[in-house]
Design a protein around this ligand. Structure first.
Ligand code: PMP
Length: 442
């Protein structure tokens, strides 16, 4: 074998040994080596070497940091201010119970078969009609249903990105997007987005790197709640058109405003047709529906549909139909009114509690919508250490590092104020303040 393959004798012997260990060959002393009869001979240790079979891991460094941090932040009675979850007590359960039982008694066989990959047409129609009222220039053909907007992000990466392509992301931005784009092998360019968007730097990126996409969350950004002003939206769209840049607009929180309506979405303002927008029912209804949508030009939707076929053929008929019934009954607006009122109270309560218990070592900006407080610790304090102390006292949050594609955010953190009722939120902030005091005193 060594002569045949022109490898060293040791390599050949090792190869024989390995094949024997795997039970693929049998050596009979004085007779020779034979290919094993795989049906009758089991290897001595028949476990599959799983990790050798995996493709190179898409795990980014970020996901392992986060897993490690979050694991340290859990105790049994822990109050999680980490997950970006709506409060389960606010899910419109009564309506969904009724719609669910109506659906189950009227369901016909035809509705349980496959549907087009792009989604349940009545839902696409009602969704497109709703988006038209928000200034979108679209038809149902431009609207595709996905299993959560996270799947939309995945499809965008699949359809547009090859390893080495550049993608611009705001800094900070949504962790799930950083992960999807990094896993696709993209190179991420961070654009600071705390105060004004640095449009000159953006143009510099466009000229120098010719990026494929700019991923942006103009309204109540996760994590820092930033709202892009109208004038900036228009300038961004002009710049994008000039450089033929595709904008991916993620808008899960636009309906959750607490002071005044935010400016129109980029998609609604875009006269050039270069914006792909993602939406979801996860924050305004509940995440278990796994129903979101993508709006894009029809040629792009067709490519998304092709890519989605490889994953799940189409999103669940039952969720889509249930959601359609909810929307068709006109129940969404009332629900939005209820959650906006409740979340406004919680936001104000948490703002007051942070002022009272955590100032001056922790500062924040008041979010005008969405789910999050974005907080900064005073000079020299590290959120990793705070998370450790907070975990011991039964409260958790997401450390700032998770939201940066480059190494930043060590003194920042995100708190979700939506998930818990007022008393529990207050208890969470008090625990956080005790943990913070430990850091300050040490
Ligand atoms: N984008 C952003 C900005 C999010 O915050 C989330 C949820 N955390 C998603 C996308 C994904 O939401 P889903 O897949 O549940 O629709």
């Amino acid at each position: 074998l060594a002569v045949l393959l022109q490898v060293s004798r040791t390599t050949a012997i090792n190869a024989y040994r390995w094949l024997e260990e795997q039970g693929l060959i049998i050596t009979k002393v004085g007779s020779g080596t034979y290919v094993a009869d795989l049906l009758t001979t089991l290897p001595p240790n028949p476990s599959v070497p799983w990790s050798q079979l995996f493709t190179p891991s898409p795990n980014t460094q970020l996901s392992s940091i986060l897993r490690e941090l979050m694991a340290s932040a859990y105790t049994e009675d822990s109050i999680s201010l980490a997950a970006g979850m709506p409060d389960p007590a606010l899910y419109p359960l009564k309506h969904f119970h009724r719609l669910f039982s109506q659906q189950s008694s009227h369901l016909c066989a035809a509705e349980l078969g496959h549907i087009p990959t792009e989604g349940y047409m009545p839902l696409r129609r009602i969704l497109a009609a709703r988006l038209l009222t928000k200034g979108y220039d679209i038809t149902p053909a431009n609207t595709m249903i996905v299993s959560g907007s996270q799947q939309g992000l995945y499809l965008i990466a699949k359809v547009f990105l090859e390893p080495g392509d550049y993608v611009i992301v705001e800094s900070p931005t949504y962790l799930g997007a950083i992960q999807v784009f990094s896993a696709a092998g993209a190179r991420l360019l961070s654009l600071p987005a705390v105060n004004n968007l640095p449009l000159e730097l953006l143009e510099d990126y466009l000229v120098r790197y010719r990026p494929k996409l700019f991923y942006v969350m103009p309204t109540f950004k996760n994590p820092n709640g930033r709202v892009m002003p109208l004038a900036e939206r228009r300038k961004l769209l002009e710049l994008a058109a000039k450089h033929r840049l595709v904008i991916v607009e993620d808008d899960p929180y636009g309906e959750l405003y607490y002071d005044r309506q935010p400016p129109l979405s980029l998609k609604a303002l875009d006269p050039f047709g270069g914006v792909i927008t993602l939406g979801t029912f996860s924050k305004i209804l509940f995440p278990g529906l796994r129903t979101g949508w993508v709006t894009a030009p029809e040629t792009v939707i067709n490519r998304f549909a092709l890519a989605k076929q490889y994953i799940d053929l189409h999103s669940s008929n039952l969720s889509q139909k249930l959601l359609f019934d909810f929307l068709a009954a006109g129940l969404l607006e009332d629900h939005l009114h209820t959650v906006r009122t409740e979340y406004t109270k919680r936001r104000d309560l948490v703002a007051g509690a942070l002022e009272q218990y955590c100032s001056p070592h922790l500062t924040f900006t008041l979010p005008a919508g969405g789910f999050y407080f974005w907080c900064t610790l005073s000079q020299g304090l590290l959120t990793r250490q705070l998370l450790h102390e907070a975990g011991k006292r039964g409260v958790s949050f997401v450390p700032g590092e998770a939201f940066y594609a480059d190494a930043a955010g060590a003194g920042e953190l995100r708190l979700c104020f939506a998930t818990h009722p007022e008393e529990r939120l207050l208890a969470g902030i008090r625990r956080l303040s005790t943990a913070l005091q430990v850091l300050v005193d040490s």
